[in-house]
Write a protein that binds this ligand. Sequence first.
Ligand code: 0YR
Ligand code: MG
Length: 371
Amino acid sequence: MKIIKVEPFILHIPVTSGQISDSTHTISHWGVVGCRIETETGLSGYGFTGTHAHLPSDRLITACIRDCYAPLLLGEDAGEITRLWHRLARSPALQWIGRAGITQLALAAVDVALWDLKAKAAEQPLWHVLGGATSTVLDAYNTDIGWLSIPDDALVAGSVAAVEKGGFRRIKLKVGHADPNTDLTRIEKVRRAVGDSVTIAVDGNGKWDLPTCMRFCARAEAYDLLWFEEPLWYDDVASHGALARATTIPVALGEQLYTLDAFNAFLDAGAIHYVQPDVTRLGGITEYIQVTDAAHARRLPVAPHAGDMSQVHVHLAFWHPASTILEYIPWIKDWFEEPAAVEAGAFRRPQRPGASSTPSEEAFRRFAQPA
Ligand code: 0YR
Ligand code: MG
């Protein structure tokens, strides 16, 4: 499968729930930034990373794909993914300026496109190519009901509707107000409304410092939370370790970590309980596999962060034995050839060949930006 073309793209897709905020971001569109890799067989693979849809920074990612990665890929065999990953990630020029940030987001898009190609060539869904599904049920947890920007009454109503109408058994609430008592009140209202059998996780998106987290956790322990996600600044291993030792609420993180080495630092420090790699931020599926195996070697659960909005992670989570739960945010699913789908609170297993990473023609028509 000789690679004959690498074509970057940028899609800015409006957020279905309108403009939303967590503690650190306010967004109205999701950026689907990636590339199509065409082979001489006629098959094309698609891969993408997820962004907050800022065109100037999105174009740094597509420039990296077009100017730095494409010349290393053209003429190569698309099936040799491990070799190509090292050719890109460890090329002298990119290793010097990269290993995190833009070059890694671009690498994720390329790597996912190569895996999409592999699965399409095998005429199997990605989870089958990786080794088959180890879970029969993959629970979805609903993040979309819990934004920080949703007022208390709507938060409670949305949570109840997700459980009673949507069939979700698991939800996640954003936290991170200036006064953590505001968040504790919101959690209490939702817990009272949905009852004890519904799983509630909370996500701080890295806003608070260690003393604020300690005060919050001491009181939040009463609400039986599944995890406290990104309680602290993303790279601060020592503070996460201190918090993990100080509270019974499990610590979750990983959506802002770019490498296997970054995960190893948290794992070695006992600073992480739920491991949340994101295939669109690590160097694609190739490095995601290394991270999930490192977590599994310590028998820790893996709950992927859905920067791909679950299009690719649904394959990875059905496949990997450490994953039984996956984030659900429905913003972009309807703009893919095989949309991520949740029924009665659980993901449907994808059936089509590939990684479910191919945007629809209509998505390109409506949302394409100059890449
Ligand atoms: C908004 N999920 C997250 C959204 C989400 C962010 O930036 O993307 O809240 O990625 O933390 O767990
Ligand atoms: Mg998060």
